[in-house]
Design a protein around this ligand. Structure first.
Ligand code: AMP
Ligand code: ZN
Length: 121
């Protein structure tokens, strides 16, 4: 309810259901959906519902939220078809800023996995 929302942000629009997405998970604070251009057989993103632009914007007030996000990642990875550790596994990536390769400025964690080869990465 107090979630900051940027009307020009594509991920805020996805969270609000204004742009369609292939949803993986949703709770009151987090949303997960498939990447539209997957690099790997499994490729989804987890985002906070709050419009935090990047990892460069996080503070101590986000510790619990980001902790929940990181604990959710392996659970969803398995549900989405990543194979068990250590033979399987997954990759977690958060691009930050121009030099970090960030294109969408709403904090997101990529979760990628599945049998190789992958398209990228
Ligand atoms: P990044 O470079 O980390 O900012 O990555 C942004 C990611 O968002 C890219 O991998 C895009 O493929 C993905 N993306 C952009 N628009 C959409 C969309 N409408 N639905 C799902 N994924 C998207
Ligand atoms: Zn946003």
């Amino acid at each position: 309810m107090n979630t900051p929302h940027d009307p020009n942000c594509i991920f805020c629009k996805i969270i609000a259901g204004q742009i369609p997405s292939k949803k993986v998970y949703e709770d009151d604070e987090l949303f997960a959906f498939h990447d539209i251009a997957p690099w790997a057989p499994v490729h989804f993103m987890i985002v906070p519902k709050a419009h935090i632009p990047s990892m460069a914007h996080v503070g101590t007030e986000h510790e619990a939220l980001l902790g929940r996000l990181m604990v959710l990642a392996p659970k969803l990875a398995m549900e989405q078809g990543c194979r068990p550790y250590p033979e399987g596994g997954f990759r977690i990536v958060t691009n930050t800023g121009a030099e970090g390769g960030q294109e969408v400025h709403h904090l997101h964690v990529h979760v990628m996995g599945g049998p190789r080869p992958w398209l990228r990465g």
